[in-house]
Design a protein around this ligand. Structure first.
Ligand code: MRU
Length: 353
C-alpha cells in the first residue's frame, strides 16, 4: 500500500501519472507533485525533487510511460521514434547515478523485445508499465535484503555515522544505508545515528534526520566538518553510506564529502561501509576514474535556500559527488551479500559479469 511519504507512486494504468513527493520541500512541507509530461519528470530529477540513485532510476522508468502518452497507438514509426527520444532525453537529466541508465536500459530492452515480437502498441505500453513496476518492486526487495545482510556488521556497534540520504526517500522503500539501521532497530539493536548535514543541499539534515525521527531512531545532526571530532571522541564505531555508482574494482561514487569521511574513518580505525543494490554497480568501468561527476550550479553554494552567503561574483566549484577508493572501504553491502574484502574479483563474484 502506498503512503503519503512514499517518494514515488504510479497512479492508474498506462494512461496514468507519476506522483512524486517533492523532496526539496522536506522536512517542513509534505507536498506531492503529479508529473503529466516527460519534461516535468526530467525537471523533477534534475532539481532533486526526486533524488537518490535508485529513486532516480525508478522515476525515469515511469517517465518513459509518461513520455509515450503524447503518441497514439496507430503509428508504430512515430511511437518508436518518440520512445528513443524519451529514453535519450531522460538519460540527460543527471550523469552520476548509474541506476538511471540501468533502468532506462531495461526499458529500452523491453520496448525492443515488444517490437521484435510484433506486439501491438497497446500491448507494448502495458509491457513497459509492467517493467517499470518490476524495477520499482525489485528495488523494494533489494533494499530489505541489504538491511538483512548489513546488520551483522554492526555487532557491538552503538554509534554510527552516515552522510547524505540513503533512506526510503532515495529508494522504493527502506533505503540502503538506512535499511541497515532500520533492520537493526527491527531486531532490537539500539543504535545512535550521527547524521552529517551534507552541504550544500542538506540531504542529511532535511531528509535523513527526518526519516530517522519518523522511525524514532535516536539521531544527532552534525555539520560535515564535525565528523573528525565525533570519531575522535569515540561516538561512532562504523560509518555507513549509500553509493551512486560503483566501478568493477569497488571504487564508489557517492555524495560529495563521502570520500573525506572514508579518509577520516581510516585515520580513526573505524570501518567504512557502502550499502548499495546491484543496480548501482557499473562493471563496464574498471575503476572510479571513469565515473562522471556531476557539477551543479554555483547558486547552491552562494545562495543556499534563498540566502546569499558569499560575495557577488565569487568563483565557485560545486562537484555533487566524489569517489571513495576501494582500499578505504571495509565492505560493500549488497542485496546478494557482503563484498569483503573489496576488490575486482569479489565484486565480479558477487554481482556477476
Ligand atoms: O544528489 P543526491 O541527493 O541524488 O545524492 C544522493 C546520494 O549521494 C545517495 O547517497 C546515493 O544516491 C545513494 S541513495 C540509496
Amino acid at each position: 500500500m502506498t503512503k503519503q511519504t512514499d517518494s514515488i507512486q504510479w497512479i492508474g494504468d498506462t494512461a496514468g501519472q507519476l506522483d512524486l513527493l517533492d523532496q526539496t520541500l522536506l522536512p517542513t512541507t509534505l507536498k506531492r507533485i503529479e508529473c503529466e509530461t516527460v519534461e516535468t519528470v526530467w525537471e523533477a530529477i534534475k532539481m532533486l525533487r526526486v533524488r537518490g540513485a535508485p529513486a532516480i532510476g525508478i522515476a525515469a522508468a515511469y517517465g518513459v510511460i509518461v513520455g509515450l502518452q503524447t503518441v497514439d497507438d496507430e503509428n508504430e514509426t512515430a511511437f518508436y521514434e518518440r520512445f528513443d527520444h524519451v529514453l535519450t532525453y531522460l538519460a540527460e537529466s543527471r550523469p552520476t547515478a548509474v541506476n538511471l541508465f540501468w533502468a532506462l536500459d531495461r526499458m529500452r530492452k523491453c520496448g525492443q523485445q515488444q517490437k521484435e515480437s510484433g506486439s501491438s502498441l497497446l500491448a507494448t505500453r502495458s509491457a513497459l508499465l509492467a517493467e517499470a513496476v518490476a524495477i520499482h518492486e525489485q528495488d523494494r526487495q533489494m533494499c530489505h535484503a541489504i538491511g538483512k545482510h548489513g546488520v551483522g556488521l554492526l555487532e557491538g556497534v552503538s554509534g554510527v555515522l552516515t552522510h547524505c540520504n540513503a533512506g526510503g526517500l532515495a529508494t522504493a522503500e527502506y533505503g540502503t544505508a538506512l535499511s541497515v539501521f532500520f533492520t537493526a532497530q527491527d531486531e532490537g539493536h539500539d543504535l545512535h545515528v550521527y547524521v552529517d548535514e551534507t552541504r550544500p543541499l542538506l540531504q542529511g539534515a532535511r531528509l535523513t534526520a527526518w526519516e530517522l525521527m519518523q522511525r524514532k531512531i535516536p539521531a544527532t545532526l552534525i555539520c560535515d566538518s564535525m565528523a573528525a571530532q565525533v570519531m575522535r571522541e569515540g561516538r561512532v564505531q562504523a560509518v555507513v553510506t549509500g553509493a551512486d555508482r560503483i566501478a568493477a574494482n569497488g571504487d564508489s561514487a557517492n555524495k560529495i564529502g563521502t570520500y573525506s569521511l572514508a579518509v577520516l574513518a581510516k585515520a580513526h580505525n573505524i570501518p567504512f561501509y557502502i550499502a548499495a543494490p546491484s543496480s548501482t554497480f557499473d562493471l563496464s568501468l574498471p575503476t572510479g576514474d571513469g565515473i562522471p561527476i556531476e557539477e551543479r550550479d554555483a547558486i547552491e553554494i552562494t545562495n543556499g535556500f534563498g540566502k546569499q552567503t558569499a560575495p557577488d561574483g565569487v568563483n565557485v566549484y560545486n562537484p555533487a559527488f566524489d569517489v571513495t577508493p576501494a582500499d578505504l572501504i571495509a565492505a560493500i553491502i549488497t542485496e546478494k551479500g557482503v563484498i569483503n574484502p573489496v576488490n575486482e574479483a569479489n565484486v565480479r563474484g558477487m554481482i556477476g559479469g
